[in-house]
Design a protein around this ligand. Structure first.
Ligand SMILES: NC(=O)c1ccc[n+]([C@@H]2O[C@H](COP(=O)([O-])OP(=O)(O)OC[C@H]3O[C@@H](n4cnc5c(N)ncnc54)[C@H](O)[C@@H]3O)[C@@H](O)[C@H]2O)c1
Length: 330
């Protein structure tokens, strides 16, 4: 009665947890990667397709980590309004060993209420791996003979899985400083990928067997330098998405072209440090979507870096929603 008198109608919404998200993404890898590629084609064709304000980052003096608000609208036929509120859980006081915490929301295209809510860790890890592999696919015209993965946690695993299922890569040269995470990676690989080979090795040995390396670590110090990447043609770095993190030393930039998923990725991590120190000129950095049709011939030596943009969260949230509600929609 009061609800009627005050006109406080409920706002129906669905909630999707980490495992539901993991399962649906793993089941639909090929479809998601094609969807992502088509989206980048559309974005390349239309600068006005996406409204992407800069992410807002909030930190306090009394705790490590931060939380970020990441809004995005994708217009035209996509009709996606979304916002992700994600925390970097460095303190680990309540939630243990989960760096990404928070929720992603889909907002109704007309009524602007939240109609779907998603846990963010699997979603963010998967979409980060996906953009890293899309960059490899679009930029690495000479297909690599050896693929290395440094940091075999969540993003590292999804990177291997997408490379395996979408691009048929079946041999990985890996490195991780954490023995348990190495073992978990091997167990996950056994569960999800048939007939693959995984060799754990020191980073110094990787450049003798790899020509591409994917980094997805939470390292605070640069891992790759000029002197351990001489033979590496393609480097993707997606782990250093905060200013206290680093994966790449600026001395490896000589002779390489830096590509980003969006210039917004320059707000954080290695890219921000290089720009602040005048080591890297923004004008020399290219956006991934300019390579979508190979109109812009990919240069030979690439460093792809992403620190995460809301566009990918909006897309993947919509994709998950559509997949998990398709029976209801038919
Ligand atoms: N770019 C983005 O959009 C984006 C999105 C989500 C998360 N992230 C970041 O990506 C990183 C990885 O996330 P995750 O969820 O996969 O974390 P995770 O903890 O599951 O995996 C990170 C792995 O890196 C390993 N590692 C750390 N330092 C290393 C080193 N020096 N050499 C080798 N291995 C090392 C760790 O042992 C761990 O196994 C985090 O820093 C996270 O903040 C980035």
């Amino acid at each position: 009665m009061v609800q009627d008198l005050l006109r406080l109608g409920d706002e129906q919404h669905l909630y999707f947890n980490e495992l539901q998200i993991h399962d649906v993404l793993v089941e639909n890898i090929l479809e998601f990667m094609e969807y992502l590629k088509i989206f980048y084609q559309d974005w390349h064709n239309s600068d006005t397709l996406v409204t992407l304000p800069k992410k807002q980052i909030f930190q306090t003096q009394d705790s490590k980590g931060d939380f970020r608000i990441m809004p995005c609208i994708i217009h035209n036929d996509y009709k996606i309004k979304a916002v992700k509120i994600i925390g970097t859980n460095e303190e680990n006081r309540v939630i243990k060993d989960k760096i990404c915490v928070g929720k992603s929301f889909l907002i109704h295209p007309y009524d602007n209420f939240i109609y779907a809510m998603f846990d963010v860790c699997a979603l963010s890890s998967f979409r980060t791996a996906a953009i890293s592999v899309l960059a490899y696919h679009l930029l690495n015209t000479i297909q690599a003979s050896g693929v290395g993965i440094i940091g075999c946690g969540r993003i590292g695993f999804y990177t291997a899985l997408i490379l395996n299922k979408w691009l048929n890569v079946n041999h990985f040269y890996c490195n991780d400083i954490n023995q348990t995470n190495q073992e978990n990676f091997l167990k996950l690989a056994e569960e999800y990928m048939a007939e693959i080979h995984i060799d754990f090795m020191p980073i110094t040995k990787m450049e003798t067997v790899c020509d591409s390396i994917f980094l997805a670590t939470d390292s605070t110090k640069a891992i790759l330098h000029a002197n351990n990447t001489t033979n590496i043609k393609f480097i993707s770095s997606v782990g250093a998405d905060a200013d206290n993190l680093s994966e790449l030393d600026a001395n490896l930039l000589e002779g390489r072209t830096v590509v980003v998923d969006s210039y917004h990725s320059m707000m954080l991590g290695d890219l921000k440090a290089w720009e602040d120190q005048n080591i890297l000129d923004r004008k020399s950095v290219l956006e991934l979507r300019t390579f979508i049709n190979n109109q812009n011939n990919p240069p030979q030596n690439i460093v792809f870096i992403s620190t995460g943009i809301a566009t990918q969260d909006a897309l993947i949230s919509q994709f998950i929603y559509d997949k998990l509600t398709k029976n209801n929609q038919n």
